[in-house]
Design a protein around this ligand. Structure first.
Ligand SMILES: [Zn+2]
Length: 146
């Protein structure tokens, strides 16, 4: 059984960056600042999902019947460590940028003339990724590569 790196700062030298709760939280905050969505930062929750075997991360947003907004990101606990520093950073920024697109632009299925349609991995999302210094097209490894 491997040690759980997520909450053990002493294990960090083994597993690299963005592997502890504090680091992921700090990167989430930094990404919110860069994207200009600090208003929703306190409401963003994230957690590891054991069931994600092929999905690295998933960002979701919904509002309940009382109008309270929920912003949730789930990461695959299984695939997290093999990703390496670059892949983990890219994945966190990737998912936070999905929430940023939702917050800043919402879904617009019928854009006005001359406006770019808001798509999951469309221009709005790509621009935010670049603003955060991340490659929107980075293919992060899902396997055992380092
Ligand atoms: Zn995505």
């Amino acid at each position: 059984m491997l040690i759980n790196p997520f909450d053990d700062p002493h294990a960090q030298w083994l597993v690299g960056k963005y592997s502890t709760t504090d680091e992921i939280q700090a990167l989430t905050k930094e990404t919110c600042e860069t994207c200009g969505i600090m208003d929703i930062y306190p409401d963003i929750e994230w957690k590891f999902e054991k069931r994600f075997k092929t999905t690295l991360g998933e960002a979701s947003y919904w509002a309940d019947s009382e109008g309270k907004n929920y912003w949730l990101i789930k990461y695959s606990s299984l695939m997290w460590l093999p990703l390496g520093d670059t892949g983990r950073k890219n994945t966190v920024v990737h998912e936070v940028c999905h929430l940023a697109v939702e917050r800043l632009y919402g879904h617009c299925s019928r854009p006005k003339k001359g406006q770019e349609r808001v798509l999951d991995h469309g221009k709005h999302w790509q621009d935010l990724m670049k603003k955060c210094g991340e490659d929107p097209f980075l293919k992060v490894c899902h396997g055992n590569e380092i």
